[in-house]
Write a protein that binds this ligand. Structure first.
Ligand SMILES: [Zn+2]
Length: 271
């Protein structure tokens, strides 16, 4: 009788989370905007400074965006930390990890003039020490470099897994499965680097996924932090036989006997 919904009374959510802040993000963000989708962009503020570039193993030179371009490009999307200089974190001491996190957060907050709440791990090393530093530094979640291959919402916000990396051969299959799933609060999240779309010639495949997702009325595009904060608010909701109480400071959506209701912050819905 009672079902949990996403904002706008939508059943499912979609997000992309992309790392490194590179030139190919210009084309990628244009695609997101064309289909009214939302991205989370994980940036290394220390490498935006001089448009740092490096040679990918494919031989292509990959270049970072300038600060000015980044500020205008990512308007309407989430900015998250990805450390100051993209180090191998297994080599770092606690104080060095804290510096990489906190300096990046402070730089990005100053540059983008907003609070930065998310963190995505560089490379694929994650540990209890890094998790503890992420929490100490005031982040709300840490996206790690593992795939869930699942649409069930993540429950450990400091070991958050995207559904799939775009270089995986499964995005199209998973998209099809996601369109067919009927579970409330399911989430489909694709992770990657936009330079891979050039290197592996994946632009058409990604656009196809966007076309299919955006054509569905029961899917809402959200950033990672919007999903995390919504799920946390849902956890606090009080559901009884007579009412639902929203104990958070954001609106929550429920379906009661097939009808969608928005419950305002700290309000009750009686039925
Ligand atoms: Zn990275």
């Amino acid at each position: 009788m009672i079902q949990k919904l996403y904002p706008g009374g939508k059943q499912k959510a979609f997000n992309v989370t992309y790392d490194d802040g590179v030139l190919q993000d210009i084309r990628f963000v244009e695609l997101l905007n064309k289909y009214n989708l939302k991205g989370t962009f994980n940036l290394n503020s220390g490498l935006l400074e001089n448009e740092f570039e490096w040679t990918h193993q494919s031989g292509r030179v990959v270049k970072r965006l300038s600060k000015e371009k980044a500020v205008s490009l990512y308007e309407g999307h989430e900015i998250a930390c990805h450390t100051l200089t993209h180090p191998y974190m297994d080599d770092l001491s606690e104080s060095e990890i804290l510096h990489e996190l906190q300096k990046d957060k402070a730089n990005l907050e100053k540059l983008f003039k907003r609070e930065i709440k998310g963190f995505a791990v560089p490379f694929d090393y994650y540990s209890e020490l890094i998790e503890s530093c992420v929490k100490q530094s005031g982040f709300s979640y840490a996206r790690i470099s593992e795939e869930s291959h699942s649409f069930i919402p993540q429950t450990d916000y400091y070991k958050w897994k995207a559904t799939v990396f775009h270089t995986d051969s499964e995005p199209e299959n998973l998209t099809q499965q996601f369109l067919e799933t009927n579970e409330n609060l399911d989430v489909f999240q694709i992770a990657g680097h936009s330079y891979d779309l050039d290197i592996e010639n994946l632009w058409d495949r990604v656009e196809n996924v966007f076309v299919q997702i955006s054509s569905q009325k029961n899917i809402v595009p959200l950033t990672t932090i919007e999903i995390v904060e919504y799920l946390q608010a849902m956890e606090k909701a009080e559901i009884t036989e007579k009412y639902i109480k929203n104990n958070s400071n954001i609106s929550l959506w429920f379906s009661v006997c097939g009808k969608a209701y928005e419950i305002m912050p700290m309000q009750r819905l009686f039925f």
